[in-house]
Design a protein around this ligand. Sequence first.
Ligand code: GLA
Length: 687
Amino acid sequence: MKRPVATEQFELGVCYYPEHWPEAMWADDYRRMVETGFTVVRMGEFAWSVFEPEEGKFQFGLFDRAVDLAHSYGLKVIMGTPTATPPAWLTEQYPEVLNVTYEGVTLQHGMRRHYNYSSPKYRELCAAIVTKLAEHYGNHPGIAGWQIDNELNCEVNEFYSESDHLAFREWLQHKYETLDKLNEAWGTVFWNQTFTRWSQVHLTRPTPSPKQPNPHQALDEKRFISYNTISFAKIQADILRELAPGQWVTTNGLFGHLDSHELNEELLDFFSYDSYPQFSSIYFDPAEENPLRDRGWSLSLSAVRSISSNFCIMEQQSGPGGWVNRMDMPSPKPGQMRLWTYQSIAHGADMLLYFRWRTATMGNEIYWHGLNDYHNQPNRRVKEAAQIGKELAQIGKSIIGSVTQASIAILRDYDNEWDGEYDNWYGPFMWQSNKEWFKALQHKHIPSDVLYMRSSTTLEELSRYEVLVYTHPAIMSDETAALLDQYVQQGGKLVFGCRTGYKDTRGQCYMRPFPGAAQEMTGITVEEFTMVKGTRQPTSISWSHDADILTGADAFNDILHVEADTVEVMGSYASDYYAGKPAVTRNKRGQGEVWYYGAVFNEQAVLQMLPALGLDSPAADWLELPPQVELQIRAGADKSAGSLTFLLNYSEEPAELLLKQPRTDLLSGQTLSGAVTLQGFGVLVLQ
Ligand code: GLA
């Protein structure tokens, strides 16, 4: 039975590092945290050397005092297990715990996450420190829960130490049993890679051409890393469950090569996420049309929600962010931190901690600003946090436990994400298309979910949505296709993009017409296909409902051929030698329909499809919103009890809204109706 994120109140708090500050400051810090409205504080996650300064010599004095004092101020403590930063004595004594790069370079002490998950010694030492911590704090009334490690697979998500090669081989032996089966799955007959002894089998290694390993091996490697990460975390989770049964367990994600759904399902009470919307300023592409910027974080939050419908934001950006020589992010403008806080809440957060209480004066993160500056005097960000604290103390109880509502989901799956990381012929398309779909839905105020297709996914889960969009699932098993088809037969609408269905779960290509496993349900085949890049001129699609509307047929073109008489051509290519051939089709099937869109999606194309898919804003009857305002809805299990509509203005400029029915804004307590101005970066929570 999993514990909920929050039951009594919305839990607001901050990450704190008592070991970084003179003890004489702690009481004042805690007092001001409580004044800010904080109820929870995370600590300990990098403090291994404080807990165990020498192997086997444990001491808890500093954290006992820090935890007890926090408790005396009524703050609940989240204790981090410190395994993301093994101490220098450990890596010196047991260098085999260090991680090794693909090229074979050992990554030394000096940053963090400098370890591998496979080393038996590291697993043993982690188990020892976590056992001691859990024995010591497992019954402490001031400890609410635990964070395992910190950001598993952040910074590094590849591991090539000797122990990793051995563990991979063992995992393969378990998976394939015989070398013959492994040889077949990896297609080793190609280029004479056939293995005749298990000792020849490794994780991918440098080859004559840089980073171009066997693709089937590369896919299995990522599956293994995920398995191995979970098995590493499980050691800690098992200890905590046994020794701290009254406290909850979480960890903060979401990173590559890790099935976070499985991690959460098997080990955690709920999932946590670290939300830094200002990363959008680092990855900003000036060529992108209509960029979502910080609002794009809502798509990541939707992925988090697919893991755990209610979650904790373990770190929420609270200032300009940067390490000494990278990630130089601008400061949040007045109101922006509050906006991002409600962004997290609108998407399902029931607990949220700012990172961090005070900016570090030393180390790599001296520019990763916390709420307080080095000088520790009152500032704008602390004031803004106090406003949020006050608001959530009032309205938090009406929010927690409710879940977001959506009639469309963007489907994703780990196999395609991992295989697509290497395979350029479809991998990058998924990120592009999902973003464009999300953008179109955001601008039309149609809330969406992310849903992961997993071996355990049921028809019931799919059927909660009127529309499912699975942009470029190159890998598709016949079982997955059958499940999706069932969804369609009973009334669902399913949309695919180019490069769908042509690979099996080994990553090998089916000897069938494209779209392979999805051919029957789409009612089409792909006559020809091409990348659209390099010397190829961009192509476009003309839409059947209005031939004058042209949208770009981006990146890749599947030239479609209609096979079934239930198929309607919704759009055709408007240029190149395949002008006039079908580019977008809709197959009526059972009670539902299957769309095939032959290219990589863009917002303009999605906007052509939305009306035909019957999608509209759930608030269309009573609310008119400009595009820069995000709409999200959270409702309790009993929907008749009403729902909360979150409106978030990502623009610095005021937004004009029209409420055709009166609604109460929980934040101000005012009843609003008619023309309403939502201030720049403003938030409304309408009941
Ligand atoms: C991550 C980590 C934190 C800190 C912040 C800022 O989210 O979990 O320890 O490093 O980034 O860099």
